[in-house]
Design a protein around this ligand. Structure first.
Ligand SMILES: [Zn+2]
Ligand SMILES: [Zn+2]
Length: 422
């Protein structure tokens, strides 16, 4: 009896975790965290370690890897993912422990143990996890990201992880032609009801607008997540020959270096490396005090202005209408970034923002048309399982799939089991 069980990411974005079992052995794909209103981490449901043959990881975002060390506390389980995912995961977990250590059930020793048990696997090659034959293919989401296909003797279960069909500077388009034999698709639904703008136009408009502000004597603050979005922005500016000063602050430097050390995972390593050579890292407080007074661009985490150096810069530049704050990622509920977009204020107490504010859609997730295209790539599709999306997004996309493809669709809750084959 083959069954799928949702450990996390059911009708929510984050703490991904999907278990496939054949009745006696199982494999878990992703094991991440998300955060509640008070920034406390939430973990996925647990599964019995008996019969659990290992974990396969799609990519290194915390909502996909943040809970993995839990299974290294009183035992040990093998973990599989790409080399890029492995090296980034270590940095992400280190940072997670630093920021939220008091609320995390494991420590650095377990992260080290996880790294010892982390097997890096190339794209496109089948390997065994217990009785399952598993393969990773490029998901196009961030460097090293993978779709996971689990072959059983009854059919192939594929899990997209986070997936993108739009080519970016960092990633190629997802290799969806590899999903041809998939019979059960577990697919992310971050943008199940949303259509993205054309990427090239977004890039052009972005660089033009940044130039306009800088040439008008202003400073542009770009709050961006240090993994991936920052590097994407740097590479876009470098490719377009942006000739004013650009500074980057936070973990961006360490992560960019890792990407350039593993450049086979980077679509346009040439422009990323040009950016890294031309643009300036902020090395400490002395630099930080200086750079916001200059005409130029500052890229700093966090991307939704929830702490980190971006908040420091924001407070310095917000009062001058010559300056600008350009958001380049989705702004979650109850974040200062969302509040600014909706009310023009950082929080209840603050005054109205005077600097220019704009949101650019640099998403690294497929929009609804692309999600449909992914499903259509599977020529023997029987079942579709929607995860990693809000309730509204899951319900909206489920309806679209039923209309267009006529296959069985599930939008499961956490803990729900879906029978696959008897
Ligand atoms: Zn992701
Ligand atoms: Zn995710």
């Amino acid at each position: 009896m083959y069954t799928l069980r949702i450990l996390g990411g059911g009708k929510e974005v984050g703490r991904a975790g999907v278990e496939v079992t054949d009745g006696s052995n199982s494999v878990v794909m992703d094991y991440g965290v998300n955060f509640d209103q008070n920034d406390k981490p939430n973990f996925p449901l647990q599964t019995s370690p008996r019969g659990l043959t290992g974990f396969v990881v799609s990519h290194a975002h915390l909502d996909h890897v943040g809970a993995l060390p839990i299974y290294q506390i009183s035992g040990s389980k093998p973990v599989y993912g790409t080399l890029m995912t492995k090296v980034i995961t270590e940095v992400m977990l280190k940072d997670f422990l630093k920021l939220s250590g008091a609320h995390i059930p494991y420590e650095w020793v377990e992260v080290k143990k996880l790294m010892d048990n982390f097997n890096s696997m190339p794209y496109g090659e089948e390997f065994e996890v217990g009785p399952f034959k598993v393969r990773l293919d490029d998901a196009g989401h961030i460097p090293g990201s993978a779709m996971v296909s689990v072959k059983t003797d009854r059919g192939v279960v594929s899990y997209t992880g986070d997936i993108n069909l739009t080519e970016t500077k960092l990633s190629n388009r997802a290799e969806i032609e590899k999903l041809k034999e998939t019979s059960v698709m577990v697919i992310e639904t971050t943008y199940g009801t949303f259509r993205h703008l054309e990427r090239q136009k977004v890039e052009e408009q972005f660089v033009e607008t940044v130039k306009e502000v800088v040439e008008g004597g202003g400073t542009v603050l770009i709050p961006a997540f240090s993994l991936s979005r920052s590097q994407e922005i740097m590479a876009v500016l470098a490719e377009k020959g942006f000739e004013y000063p650009v500074y980057f602050d936070g973990m961006i430097r360490e992560l960019t270096r890792m990407m350039l050390d593993n450049r086979q995972f980077i679509h346009r390593a040439d422009v990323l490396s040009k950016a890294f050579e031309t643009f300036q890292p902020v090395r400490g407080w002395e630099d930080r005090h200086k750079v916001w007074r200059e005409r130029g661009v500052i890229i700093a985490s966090a991307g939704m202005l929830k702490g980190g150096p971006s908040v420091y810069y924001f407070k310095r530049i917000e009062d001058n209408p010559k300056n600008a704050v350009f958001l380049v990622s989705y702004q979650g509920d109850r974040t200062p970034g969302r509040k600014l977009l909706e009310t023009g204020k950082f929080d209840e107490q603050s005054k109205l923002l005077k600097a220019r504010l704009q949101l650019f859609d640099f998403s690294s997730h497929a929009g609804k048309d692309q999600l449909l295209e992914i499903l259509k790539a599977a020529s023997q599709l029987e079942k579709v399982v929607l995860v990693h999306g809000s309730e509204q997004s899951v319900n909206g996309f489920a309806q679209l799939v039923r209309e267009k493809l006529g296959v069985e669709v599930f939008g499961p809750e956490n803990g729900q089991e879906i029978p696959l084959w008897s």
